[in-house]
Design a protein around this ligand. Structure first.
Ligand SMILES: [Zn+2]
Length: 242
């Protein structure tokens, strides 16, 4: 792969995106820089968290962690121009791929009528080769399926009873953190905002119990992707047409 022609630009001829991920912070490891770019272009982006991330801090009880992480995610979203953040309240750490999850996500897609959907990787492994966690795998697959379910009025008919008409408008799902990414977004002018959005997860990062530098983590990853795109900084996505 030669420099500059390795990654194709993610199409940006759309107006509304809905990002659906398992946990507060999942979008902030790269995708948020792209979100910052898109909202600066006047696009609408909304966030849906499947859980409140309540099992994410070892030294803190879930009852205490949940409201803290909700607050951190809302702060993080605000930094990149997102003011709609919803929580589906599935149980953190034990999310099950299944019809209830697909239904809840399909409902969110019908409610917000996005042109594209953003999620995090459903693959077994991260690009590094390390194991991706079960919650991410379950949610990523359910998002792909729900993007299609949202358009079928004969699936989850209770959504119709709630006034949520079918939505067939999702063009593609952009998957962050995928080992199969062939696309990327030039985030050279937005990487610092992306770093700021990750820094909002202060309690979570402190609770990791190890050294973690959000600035170098995000900039190293984005500069490697940028080199493949011929720009300073980029965020990779796998694009799956629905
Ligand atoms: Zn996560």
């Amino acid at each position: 792969m030669t420099e500059g022609d390795g990654l194709q630009a993610v199409p940006e001829d759309w107006q509304r995106a809905l990002a659906v991920v398992a946990h507060p912070d999942d979008l902030e490891y790269g995708a948020a820089s792209a979100v910052a770019k898109w909202t600066s272009q006047g696009k609408w982006v909304g966030y849906v968290m499947v859980t409140k991330g309540e099992a994410g801090i070892d030294g803190m009880h879930p009852d205490e962690t949940a409201p803290l992480r909700v607050k951190e995610e809302m702060g993080s979203a605000a930094v990149v121009g997102v003011d709609t953040v919803e929580f589906l309240d599935h149980k953190d750490g034990v999310i099950e791929y299944g019809l209830p999850l697909r239904r809840d996500i399909a409902g969110a897609i019908r409610r917000h009528k996005p042109d594209i959907v953003i999620t995090a990787s459903f693959h077994l492994k991260w690009p590094s080769g390390a194991l991706n966690m079960a919650d991410h795998r379950a949610v990523g697959e359910a998002v792909l399926d729900a993007a299609r379910d949202a358009g079928n009025r004969w699936i989850f008919t209770d959504l119709i009873d709630e006034g949520l008409e079918p939505w067939n408008g999702v063009r593609f799902v952009a998957v962050a953190g995928s080992p199969s990414a062939a696309h990327a977004v030039d985030v050279s002018d937005h990487i610092d905002v992306g770093v700021a959005s990750l820094l909002e997860h202060d309690a979570y990062i402190k609770g990791l119990g190890r050294e973690f530098d959000p600035n170098s983590f995000l900039k190293d990853n984005a500069s490697w992707a940028g080199a493949e795109m011929g720009v300073d900084y980029a965020t990779r996505f796998e694009i799956i047409n629905v």
